[in-house]
Design a protein around this ligand. Structure first.
Ligand code: HEM
Length: 337
């Protein structure tokens, strides 16, 4: 009997040992050397994938500050510090290169038949005031805006932190305050010149003949040719877009959240870069690109031969309206189109 008990004790002991060994196995698997070092990151990634952001809790009223991670914010930062600079650099330097090459190859477009010495009114005082007000605001908005995009990498190393801070403060203030007269100017330009800027059949012919800018062709045009109409619509639509998105940025989180603020910035900055490139083309044609063009907006009048070569249909309309000899003695009134 005692022998049987001894054997049972031995079996029970063996079973107990086997149990201890079996239950100890998973514990070994949890030892530090088998921990997945990226486990925490994987969990965070899963959270981000599912929630699109990681948010904490806070006590201050600005609940937006509770967001700890927001991957879309990283995409936006990448756009702002890398992609946007490429878009701006290529658009602005690209158009400058094209204009320089064009000028070297083509030179200034001259009044081919020579000046007649007789002038005709092209833009009245009010039109010129609105044009120059909008243009001045545009140039300052463009320079101050470009400072936000490129100032830190390009200007800061050149002028140092104190000067850069002072200049950027002025630039920011002017960007904000000049937005108001600029918006007014875009609205007035829209109303003032809409009648002459509706595309028509004459524009198709003008475009087919390349506007006559290459070679010595002079395709007919009314008060505004297809190229000028393109500039008009770029100003109206581009100006409208930068104004709408700009005010969203200027008054943050009024009816917008982080995502719409980011989209507004992306749109504002991208349209602005293309807008600047387009206006460089406009400035070129209005100054060194074409003889006699600057006078139209400078003094408000153009030479009759200039009008004959570039806006023959408009000149006909004007002659029919005020008579051919009126123009020499007293400038014709600006057409209402
Ligand atoms: C109504 C007109 C406009 C308004 C209300 C406006 C408003 C703004 C605001 C609030 C900002 C952010 C500035 C800051 O962080 O302090 C900004 C940035 C900027 N604006 Fe404008 N803007 C206007 C027109 C323009 C125009 C006409 C241009 C260029 C031709 C322009 C180019 C830029 C650029 C390049 C930036 C910087 C983008 C960046 O790198 O983040 N803006 N604008």
């Amino acid at each position: 009997m005692a022998k049987i008990f001894a054997q049972l004790r031995l079996i029970a002991g063996a079973l107990a040992l086997a149990f201890v060994v079996a239950t100890a196995m998973p514990a070994t698997a949890q030892q530090p050397n088998s921990v997945n070092p990226t486990g925490a990151v994987v969990k965070e990634q899963q959270l981000l994938d599912q929630l699109k952001k990681i948010e904490g809790r806070g006590t201050i009223p600005d609940t937006k500050s509770y967001v700890i991670e927001h991957p879309a914010g990283r995409d936006w930062r990448e756009f702002r510090t890398v992609t946007l600079r490429w878009i701006g650099g290529i658009a602005i330097l690209g158009i400058l290169a094209v204009l320089i090459i064009f000028y070297l190859v083509r030179g200034m477009v001259k009044v081919e038949s020579g000046r007649s010495g007789r002038n005709i009114v092209r833009f009245n005082m009010f039109e010129r005031f609105v044009h120059w007000m909008t243009a001045t605001c545009f140039i300052i908005l463009a320079i101050s805006g470009l400072n936000i995009t490129f100032g830190r990498p390009l200007l800061l190393p050149l002028i140092g932190p104190d000067a850069f801070t002072a200049w950027s403060d002025w630039a920011r203030l002017s960007h904000h305050y000049l937005s108001f007269p600029f918006t007014l100017g875009v609205v007035l330009i829209f109303l003032m010149w809409i009648a002459g800027n509706i595309p028509n059949k004459v524009d198709v012919e003008w475009l087919k003949r390349g506007g006559g800018i290459v070679g010595h062709d002079h395709p007919p045009a009314y008060r505004f040719n297809a190229g000028q109409k393109a500039i008009y619509w770029i100003v109206v639509l581009g100006g409208g877009a930068v104004a709408a998105t700009g005010y969203l940025l200027m008054f943050p989180f009024y009816g917008t959240d982080i995502a719409t603020m980011e989209s507004a910035q992306v749109l504002h900055a991208t349209v602005a870069m293309l807008f600047i490139a387009a206006m460089l083309g406009h400035i070129y044609i209005g100054t060194i690109g074409m003889e006699g063009a600057f006078e139209a907006m400078g003094e408000g009048t153009v030479d009759v031969n200039w009008a004959k070569e570039h806006h023959s249909l408009w000149l006909e309309q004007e002659k029919a309206r005020v008579g051919p000899n009126e123009s020499k003695r007293q400038p014709m009134a600006t057409p209402a189109e």
